[in-house]
Design a protein around this ligand. Structure first.
Ligand code: 6PG
Length: 263
């Protein structure tokens, strides 16, 4: 069986449930960002009230930049009690925070520079460390310290934002990685196949333990992969195996990315 098959079988072992995703199609990428920002505000109030904190993992890449810029804007920043928000990352590239490829660096520029969030509430992945495997172990300790543990002892986020790569990857769970579906533990350090750059990523079992997972998918370049992930039962792709066990799964897509879904 090819590696992907093994990973997919492992993904099912990881407890990927069959919770059907909800798909909301928005007019354009600005509307996607706004819908995501509204969800962030709504959930921050809900979990502050019920849990005393709001624990979120942020995605990287280009798609969520508009979201982070909105959350840091005059319109949204004051709707959120940032003292109660604990920010984490779903994945990080093996570069320092100042590097243009850093997911943390992008969030710092678009969001953190514009809101008053306590430094101790910001938990970046130290993927630039030479001992990245140890950095991954250390990040698992951070997750255990700040997050409630679900029934299987897996750290449970209130909300995880994810993106979708054209090859069906999400976070840094790549189809080319042999253990994307059954990685042990909560944080792993795969190698991005094309560039060879090390990454750190939450594992599938952490994604599937979350209360809410929201994918942000925009642009016509994502139309084919979004259709395959949502409609093609024959493929075995990481993004397809994000199925929160007891949480909610939402795809926020613009019309361009959703163009192949009806039909
Ligand atoms: C990363 C992301 C990755 C991203 C997708 C989509 O670190 O690159 O976590 O999973 O979400 O590759 O990236 P774009 O939003 O740039 O298309």
């Amino acid at each position: 069986m090819d590696d992907t098959g093994e990973s997919a079988k492992g993904a099912r072992k990881a407890g990927a449930s069959s919770a059907e995703p909800r798909v909301v199609v928005c007019a354009n990428e600005e509307a996607v960002a706004r819908a995501a920002a509204d969800e962030f505000v709504r959930m921050s109030k809900k979990y502050l009230a019920s849990e005393g904190a709001f624990r979120v993992a942020l995605s990287g890449g280009k798609t969520p930049q508009l979201l982070y810029r909105l959350l840091g804007s005059d319109e949204f920043r004051n709707q959120i009690n940032w003292n109660a928000v604990q920010l984490f990352w779903g994945d990080e590239r093996g570069v320092p925070p100042e590097h243009p490829e850093s997911n943390y660096g992008m969030v710092r520029l678009e969001l953190l520079a514009h809101v008053s969030i306590p430094a101790e509430n910001i938990h970046r992945m130290e993927a630039e460390r030479p001992d990245i495997e140890q950095a991954a172990r250390d990040y698992e300790k951070v997750l255990r310290r700040y997050l409630p543990l679900g029934s299987a002892g897996v750290p449970r986020f209130d909300l995880i934002f994810l993106g979708l790569g054209n090859d069906g990857h999400t976070a840094s769970l790549f189809p080319s990685s042999k253990d994307w579906g059954d990685a042990r533990g909560f944080v792993t350090a795969p190698r991005e196949q094309i560039s060879g750059v090390r990454r750190m990523t939450l594992t599938l079992q952490v994604l599937n333990a979350a209360r809410h997972v929201i994918f942000l998918v925009t642009g016509d370049a994502k139309a084919d992969i979004l259709r395959r992930v949502l409609k093609d039962a024959d493929v075995k792709l990481p993004a397809q195996h994000v199925r929160p066990l007891v949480g909610e799964l939402l795809f926020l897509a613009d019309q361009a990315a959703a163009a192949q879904l009806n039909g």
